[in-house]
Design a protein around this ligand. Sequence first.
Ligand SMILES: Cc1cc2nc3c(=O)[nH]c(=O)nc-3n(C[C@H](O)[C@H](O)[C@H](O)COP(=O)(O)OP(=O)(O)OC[C@H]3O[C@@H](n4cnc5c(N)ncnc54)[C@H](O)[C@@H]3O)c2cc1C
Length: 264
Amino acid sequence: MTSHSHQMIRHTVVLRTLDVLRVQRLTPHMQRVVFGGTELRGFVSAAPDDHVKLFFPNSTGGIVPPVLGPNGPTYPPGREYSPMRDYTPRSYDSELGELTIDFVLHGDGPAATWAAQATPGQQIGAGGPRGSNIIADDFDTYVLVGDETALPAIGRRLEEIPEGTRVEVLVEIPQADDRQPLHSRAHVNVRWLERSGISADQSELLEQALRELPTPAGDTFYWIATESRRTRNMRLWLSEERGVPKDWMKAKGYWKAGADGDDD
Ligand SMILES: Cc1cc2nc3c(=O)[nH]c(=O)nc-3n(C[C@H](O)[C@H](O)[C@H](O)COP(=O)(O)OP(=O)(O)OC[C@H]3O[C@@H](n4cnc5c(N)ncnc54)[C@H](O)[C@@H]3O)c2cc1C
């Protein structure tokens, strides 16, 4: 078996205040927010599935992130701290000083609710990325599997993946008009799977499409990001039924049905 080396890069965690510069509704369920501000200087995101911790206004509108100290993050006593959620840097332009984040509008939750009303001039807090996991670029094929929360990471990976690479993409979205253009220099096959009313935690469209995908020739890397239970089941299936080695896949629950992001 060929070994493919992945690389983990650690970053010093920096807490920042971000200013909303622009907002754009990409599709019915995806809100793009472009952030700027002087504190973005020095921001680094080295891998397409990096994440930042975003800190949203508390019930009184305050942004109260943790304070970073020698013993890790602590919260200022007596203050209601900000809800914190994980988001993918969809792109970062260091010359313009602009960080783009795409938010799924799934309904409830401080992050989705904030994104739906985001307006230029507002502020939120951000921390990280803490690290970047650089996946080896010498696999024959990459299979990317995700729901709409994974679309920012999938879209970014497709833009950054070397020319000529073979990529199979299975992506589940609420409805047909949630498709978005994906750009790449690689050889990409995209299958859009529309849930059309089935909830994102109960759907089995991705599982079925993964089972039906012919095993690609050569060494294949699998990347999966969906609701936690579904991710776990697909990871187990790949490992037990297809014998995919641990190092040839990365599977992460991006959200948990019935639990808010603070519980993860
Ligand atoms: C590494 C990483 C990167 C991520 N990147 C992105 C990203 O770029 N864009 C993005 O939109 N999300 C992304 N997510 C997912 C996002 O962090 C979660 O969806 C988060 O729970 C949203 O917070 P909230 O405050 O809106 O809802 P919460 O308060 O966390 O949850 C409220 C309720 O909504 C449910 N819920 C949460 N998310 C969803 C969903 N997507 N669909 C249906 N129900 C949901 C919960 O089960 C809960 O019942 C990422 C997650 C991880 C771990």
